[in-house]
Design a binder for this molecule. Structure first.
Ligand SMILES: NC(=O)c1ccc[n+]([C@@H]2O[C@H](COP(=O)([O-])OP(=O)(O)OC[C@H]3O[C@@H](n4cnc5c(N)ncnc54)[C@H](OP(=O)(O)O)[C@@H]3O)[C@@H](O)[C@H]2O)c1
Length: 449
């Protein structure tokens, strides 16, 4: 190791498209008055590229003297050196199914905390199956999906579900994601590659799930929601929508399963009596609901584009030749949504998202018990913020890191866990609001049954 000091956090994969935005966000909080972030190092397999990313992140100012460490995911010893010299690793090296496991293994073994921006359910569930017990034992908190995938969905669901004040209960909360910009905004190749490999490995996820004991499902009042049409017109929010097979609903389901097993959440490693009281008061106000995510657009043609790209990735992603085609010509097969060298800074600045949470449920839980009663109440909330892939993701990751560094005693000792169960009862939502990601109550109304 070039520098044997201990750091508060190390950003691994700092030279990547997302990594450089994460550096920029982290530097806003480095050694400021009330920040717990006093020291930081950057790591990557190519120190020159990491140094260029640092220069980009501080431009037009000269880069500060931040240590740059060499680490390659194919070299476990280099990862162990990182984990031994920091409290926390922020992993931005993806696709995670290819590169993530050695980093989790090093952190779990050395009791180092780990957050990443993964959106790949198979990786997350495989890490849980393999490393949870060791991470609990060694005191390593391993939390994937601390980016746009899946913190807005996790906290957004919790926010909507807490608006259902007893005796009202939610039955189904559907999130509608609308991406907005006056420019055409593309995504970087890294995210596209992760999605293509996700389709290719869908069978592995099914196998993994079959090999593990079934977790108890949360008790959701009322009937299971009907399937509904493939393309939905959500008149209340003026959007057309189609199911988005992102990681969000899987991550939320894991959070709700953990909550079912631990109705008052997970105890912190060193909680005060006041904090225990706060946590135990918080979780019972979170009511489980069926959850799904849809990608939405103002026009039905926008939705047809999403469906065409979904069909390309879904069909071609299953064969070697198809994957080669998808990865060789990202722009063609994503109909211009992804490019090898990602969006320009202007495009990123111009973009924003709105995630509408439309909750349907019962004004009184006793109604839900009456057989096939249809929901009679609707609550709409919204999470809104800047561009998803690079701005929202780096804001979310850094705020999760700051919560972890400042409130470690209130968080579980260790384990491979979801962001909702770890950060739900903390001040993460307030912190996101202070940094440009808002949570709004929109409306509450009666539904005709
Ligand atoms: N959660 C979300 O919403 C969200 C948002 C954005 C991105 N992501 C995910 O983040 C991941 C990265 O995306 P990206 O667009 O930033 O990709 P990228 O630009 O290709 O960056 C990948 C990074 O990984 C590094 N890397 C690759 N192989 C490595 C190895 N063997 N050892 C050490 N470092 C290695 C690269 O280093 P070099 O510079 O040396 O090549 C680079 O720094 C993807 O999985 C993507 O899906 C998630």
């Amino acid at each position: 190791m070039e520098n044997p000091t201990s750091y508060d956090l190390i950003i691994l994969g700092a030279s990547g498209f997302t990594g450089k935005y994460v550096i920029k966000e982290a530097l806003k909080f480095l050694d400021t008055l009330s920040s717990p972030l006093k020291s930081i190092a950057l790591a990557g397999r190519n120190p020159n590229r990491v140094s260029q990313a640092l220069t980009w992140a501080t431009h037009p100012n000269p880069p500060p003297p931040i240590p740059i460490l060499t680490a390659d995911t194919t070299d476990p010893a280099s990862l162990r050196r990182l984990a031994a010299h920091t409290k926390l690793i922020l992993n931005c090296v993806g696709p995670f199914r290819l590169y993530g496991e050695p980093v989790v293994a090093a952190c779990a073994d050395l009791g180092c905390d780990y957050l990443d921006i993964c959106g790949e359910p198979e990786f997350m569930e495989r890490m849980e199956a393999k490393y949870h017990d060791e991470a609990v034992d060694k005191g390593s908190l391993v939390v994937s999906a601390c980016g746009f995938d899946s913190v807005p969905a996790e906290l957004g669901l919790i926010f909507n579900s807490r608006q259902w004040v007893s005796p009202a209960v939610p039955n189904r909360i559907e999130a509608y994601l609308s991406l907005e910009s006056d420019k055409w905004v593309v995504g970087n190749f890294g995210t596209y590659e992760s999605a293509v490999l996700g389709v290719a490995n869908a069978d592995r996820l099914q196998q993994l799930r079959r090999s593990r004991p079934r977790r108890a499902r949360p008790l959701i009042p009322g009937p299971a929601p009907p399937k509904g049409p493939i393309i939905e017109h959500q008149k209340k929010i003026g959007l057309w929508a189609v199911k988005l097979p992102s990681a969000d609903s899987v991550v939320v389901r894991r959070t709700l399963a953990t909550l079912k097993e631990n109705p008052c959440g997970l105890p912190g490693v060193n909680e005060s009596a006041k904090q225990i009281e706060k946590r135990e008061a918080f979780w019972p106000t979170v009511k489980p609901a069926h959850f799904g995510v849809k990608i939405a657009s103002k026009s039905v043609f926008g939705i047809i584009r999403f469906i065409i790209v979904g069909i390309f990735i879904g069909l071609l992603g299953k064969t070697n030749f198809g994957r080669w085609l998808l990865l060789k010509f990202p722009s063609i097969f994503s109909l211009g949504w992804f490019k090898k060298n990602g969006p320009s800074e202007d495009e990123v600045r111009s973009a924003s998202f709105k995630m509408w949470f439309v909750g349907h449920g019962f004004s009184d839980s006793t109604l839900a018990a009456q057989g096939n009663m249809k929901p009679d109440m609707e609550i709409i909330t919204r999470v809104m913020g800047p561009e998803i892939g690079y701005l929202t993701t780096s804001i979310v990751l850094i705020q999760c890191a700051l919560v972890l560094l400042s409130q470690r005693g209130n968080l579980p000792k260790g384990g491979v866990l979801t962001p909702g169960i770890v950060f739900g009862p903390t001040d993460l939502q307030e912190r996101l609001q202070e940094n440009g990601i808002s949570f709004d109550f929109i409306s509450k109304s009666a539904l005709s049954t």
